[in-house]
Design a binder for this molecule. Sequence first.
Ligand code: FPP
Length: 251
Amino acid sequence: MTSRPAPHVAMRAIVPGHIAIVMDGNGRWARRRAQPRSFGHRAGQKAVRATVAWCLRNGVGVLTLFAFSSENWKRPSTEVGALMDLFLKALDKEIDELHKNQVRVRFIGELSAFSEAIRTRMQHAAIRTASNARLTLNVCVNYGGRWDAAQAARRAAEAVARGELDAAMIDEQTLAPYFCLADVPAPDLFIRTGGEHRVSNFLLWQLAYTELYFTNTLWPDVDDAELDRALDDYARRERRFGCAPTAARGG
Ligand code: FPP
């Protein structure tokens, strides 16, 4: 899927409509500077801001970020506390600018685990920006791909119990609407920074035909040049969605 460019955006020929990112490497970035991990997360927030601006400039329609996984609660309480503090401050600080830039912000995951203060701010941010249409920013927090599959199965089972869904009719098409992000096209491009070549329980259902791009760059060091490289690499891919190669490539 190629998104429709904003009229004032200088467009490349092929732009992924939806980019999903695992922002890895904040801790190592901080350690290299003899700083606590929270220092890396704060630097990571700046890279998030730069990435949103880059998406707006390039006409990307949906950006989905893995900001906090279901497993991240197992980190030392000081780091979890620092991350929660960062989310709270970011929610207060960034929303005006995002709204001004017509960004729709949503929080995806098991939100009940967060404090009342964070949940209220997440809800306010989502409601305030709901009708913005230039970029949809999905921030995945306390999210896991397996959790997503389980909640989709549970909600489908509830629909069966209510008599709204026939269990015998459950297939990929009828189950798809129960997954998170069912209202946007699947990611075209997945980027993972920080050198690991793993999906790490992110969007397991949604990434079925997504192009994968891995870079050793640590998340706080990600800049326009790095994102441009990912885009250039994506533009060279032949997306087949399980079909045969095109004749042009001699398949
Ligand atoms: C992974 O790096 C990063 C995280 C678990 C947190 C991501 C959070 C941010 C980028 C902060 C800002 C986000 C928003 C949406 C305001 P790591 O800590 O696992 O790094 P390491 O692999 O080097 O240890």
